[in-house]
Design a protein around this ligand. Structure first.
Ligand code: IVH
Length: 695
């Protein structure tokens, strides 16, 4: 939410609203865009954007989710292409892939699945169906060897997950040792946070002055996908087992009943609500019943999973690359609640767009407390006919973004008046403008404090210049005191000026020194980050990277025409036009000039430029620490990859050379010698990178 002025107000009356979180907002926005494109592509078979633009959206989302595991949602479209395992954890390859489930969004889609099943089975098969709740947690695989818990992993992208063994060992109810277990037993199931424990955790969290957790699912994911087992232990996670993965031949299982009987006998937690039916009408009945009862259990569920019970029949149906054909997730419709719409306000973002939003009496819906909801634009408010004071229906769109569905007309006050869009900007007071044919209303004042502030906050954010310590309060102070009018001014700030703003904030000199250092360091951020920071519409990280590589510097990008930019593989016409529009604006050009004269790097440095692919097809292994020419081994690996080569972690007979740094382990050296792989030092590595060959 761009406008957070109600947060302190609501906090004062004891109401907690989720804090503004640009990553959350961006991830949500991306999910909605991706879902709309998916619908256009799969549903209507008419894609509206080039594949590369679509891929860029998905990649951006995956990048955010990898960086912020707490923001991953179970139905994130990133899961469709797999969320790449985070490098923080050791990778674990799943011998049996961990698949996704196809969704049935209503009972007719569930029936359609049933029809498909019947067609693929023989008449004599008489399928039985097992109905399970769909737990809203995160899937994990837990492996026992000779009864000993040896490894636990997240699903990751389905083929490779993350090793979270130490954390899983702290979860109550998951046995560390199982007597009488098959030689190899891989148990799969859902790690979740019971709602009562989630509420308790949030009470503690807010009592300690911390921000509340958004919902049980994200908290469970965040608690498992972090490094410290003590943190996991303190969160009181729980587990339901529902499937077997890899098992040795001494586990003979032919149906889901046998699976659950085995899991129970071995002491693993099995959910008590599982039921089996032969009659499909009963399956529908189970789904309907749980739609009504969805809030009864002390854990969150978002649907019912229906699976064929017989494993031989499952075999017959097989799987697609993504999901088995023998199972389907019946998803509950988004939950709706009613609450009072207190007022409609307008926030102005960095592009000047004025967005109306509803300030609501906070209500717990779809897993988190909602105190505000965007109303998008003037027409949307009119179409929904929502008015201040109305009782309104609220739900989570795609279970993520809060949405006002509409008013409960029977409850409307006789005196109520339709809302009208303000004529002037709530921040600078100048006239707001809506052009013909445009649904959006804008504040055109480039010096509008709201625009400048949100622009600077964006500029300083993680994906852009990543200036630590430049928070909203500081930015507001700097803008209010007239010290900063655009992002270019940031780099001209003096220590005294910062002190003036921060001292009012009861801060000390260390903070100012840190901020000065952070600003100074930001001068050297890579060019793509600067492009992102400038806030060019439609420009995401991957497009920024492509454009930066092609042109090498801001000057050349600013002088390029749209055709030249569009000629880059992976850049579509919308982005190309947006970039040229941006640089043809004189204000934007002057901001860039200011950045330049204040010492911000606006060119790629040598090693960021496209290197000739002289190492294509060659694999160079680097071992030991390289502290001579390169800063680190990682840097050396990057340089190899940038030249088209590979730099795997182990030596094989196809390795072109083994580069050995200080304190290298003996085993790679032995292996290289055994296989006749040439051994090189740093000097030779330099030659390899220069000419692609060993001297
Ligand atoms: S079966 C191939 N059973 O839903 C079978 N999954 O959308 C996939 N889930 O990754 C797993 N409750 O995290 C299964 N009773 C249940 C489930 C369940 C929740 C989750 C699981 C999976 C996701 C697929």
């Amino acid at each position: 939410m761009e406008n957070d002025k109600y947060l302190p107000l609501l906090a004062k009356v004891g109401i907690v609203v989720n804090k503004p979180d640009p990553d959350y907002d961006r991830a949500t926005e991306l999910r909605i865009q991706i879902a709309a494109h998916d619908e256009a592509y799969h549903g209507r078979d008419e894609p509206v954007v080039p594949d590369a633009d679509y891929d860029a959206l998905v990649r951006e989302l995956v990048a955010i989710e990898n960086r912020r595991p707490d923001l991953v949602t179970s139905d994130s479209p990133s899961g469709l292409v797999g969320s790449e395992p985070n490098e923080m954890f050791a990778p674990v390859e799943h011998e049996v892939p961990m698949m996704s489930l196809d969704n049935a969004m209503d009972l007719s889609e569930l029936d359609a699945w049933h029809e498909r099943i019947l067609k693929s089975l023989d008449d004599s098969d008489n399928p039985r169906f097992v109905c399970e709740l769909k737990f809203d947690g995160l899937a994990v695989s837990i492996r026992y060897d000779d009864g000993e818990l040896t490894r636990a992993a997240t699903r990751g992208n389905g083929r490779v997950g993350e090793d979270v063994t130490h954390n899983v060992l702290t979860i109550r109810g998951i046995p560390h040792r199982i007597d009488d277990a098959p030689k190899i037993l891989e148990v799969r199931g859902e790690v979740y946070l019971p709602i009562s424990r989630f509420n308790e955790l949030n009470r503690q969290q807010t009592a300690n002055g911390g921000p509340p957790f958004a919902n049980p699912r994200n908290t469970a994911a965040g608690s498992l996908r972090q490094k410290d087992p003590e943190v996991t232990a303190s969160r009181n996670l729980a587990f339901w087992s529902y499937q077997l993965g890899q098992t040795s031949s001494d586990a003979t299982i032919s149906s889901s009943e046998e699976t659950f009987a085995l899991l129970e006998r071995l002491g693993l937690p099995v959910n008590p609500e599982i039921q089996e039916f032969s009659n499909f009408a009963d399956v529908r009945g189970f789904c309907r019943e749980w739609m009504e009862k969805r809030h009864e259990p002390d854990y969150e569920i978002d649907g019912v999973v229906v699976k064929l019970a017989d494993l031989a029949q499952r075999e017959k149906l097989g799987s697609t690359s993504r999901a088995p054909r023998w199972a389907i997730a019946f998803k509950f419709p988004p939950e709706e609640k009613i609450t009072r719409l207190l007022q409609i306000d307008v926030s102005v973002g960095r592009t000047g767009r004025a967005t109306p939003f509803a300030v609501l009496e906070p209500v717990f819906v779809g897993g988190s407390t909602v105190g505000m909801a965007t109303l998008h634009n003037e027409d949307q408010v009119a179409a929904k006919d929502v008015r201040p004071g109305d009782i309104v229906v609220v739900r989570k769109a795609g279970d993520v973004i809060p949405e006002v569905v509409g008013p409960v007309l029977g409850e409307r006050d006789d005196e109520s008046q339709p809302w009208s869009f303000p004529k002037t900007c709530p921040s600078c007071g100048l006239a707001l403008v809506r052009s013909d044919g445009d649904a959006n209303t804008y504040c055109l004042n480039r010096t509008c404090p709201a625009r400048v502030e949100t622009g600077i906050i964006h500029f300083a954010s993680r994906n852009a210049l990543d200036i630590e310590g430049l928070g909203e309060r500081t930015v507001r102070g700097l803008v209010e005191q007239g010290l900063v009018r655009d992002v270019g001014d940031l780099f001209g700030l003096t220590k005294n000026q910062l002190l003036e703003v921060l001292v009012a904030d009861a801060s000390n000199e260390t903070l100012v020194n840190n901020l000065m250092t952070a600003i100074d360091e930001a001068r050297q951020r890579p060019l793509p980050n600067v492009l992102i920071g400038l806030g060019i519409e439609h420009l995401g990280p991957s497009a920024a990277e492509l454009i930066a590589r092609r042109f090498g510097g801001v000057e050349a990008i600013a002088n390029a025409d749209a055709d030249e930019i569009e000629a880059i593989d992976g850049i579509g016409p919308v982005i190309a036009q947006s970039v040229t529009d941006f640089f043809s604006n004189s204000h934007n050009r002057s901001v860039v000039e200011k950045l330049k004269s204040n010492g911000v790097r606006l060119d790629l440095v040598e090693e960021e430029r496209d290197a000739p692919q002289i190492l294509a097809g060659r694999s160079v292994v680097v071992t030991g620490s390289l502290d001579g020419w390169f800063i680190s081994r990682e840097e050396a690996k990057k340089a190899i990859v940038a030249r088209g080569g590979k730099s795997p972690g182990s030596v094989s007979k196809s390795t072109y050379a083994l580069v050995v740094g200080a304190e290298a382990g003996q085993s790679k050296l032995d292996k290289a010698e055994e296989l006749g792989v040439p051994i090189a030092g740093e000097a030779e590595l330099r030659r390899i990178l220069d000419i692609g060959e060993l001297p």
